[in-house]
Design a protein around this ligand. Sequence first.
Ligand SMILES: [Ca+2]
Ligand SMILES: [Ca+2]
Length: 160
Amino acid sequence: MRATAALYVALVLTLFSCQRAQTRTVTHRRSNGQADQWVARTGPGEYQIEIDTNGDGQPDLIRTFRNNEMVEVQSDRNFNGKVDLVQQYSHGVLVREVHDDDFDGRPEMVKTFRPDGTLAIVERDPTERGAVDVREYYDNSGHLTRREVRGQQDRGASSH
Ligand SMILES: [Ca+2]
Ligand SMILES: [Ca+2]
């Protein structure tokens, strides 16, 4: 379960560079003629709308649609060309967020939400090694109810 989650995190954060290599169609241009929105077909019944919100010519907001329903939003919040926030939706409701809040290209936190929109679980990988070290459970009023720490590694222990 944990290994699967970690693998999934790695996959979603590498989608960006892979899918941008595919054929895109310009669907909007700025007043100066520079393209700032593209559509790319990424699979059967699936397409992506890529938007350049800051005018640097690179998409920084990518919305994925499957069967005409938005299922994922990838954001490059600091415009460095790397996705640093992935938000996944199910039937219009945000269900999961993958965060790279220090913008180094590696995620360190995953949030899972309940169907009613409240936060259920926070998984943390503070060392960004691609595995969940800490899992926090929240009740639907936002209180932490349980915290699991994996590994029990001492901070002072040497690592190679
Ligand atoms: Ca941009
Ligand atoms: Ca990071």
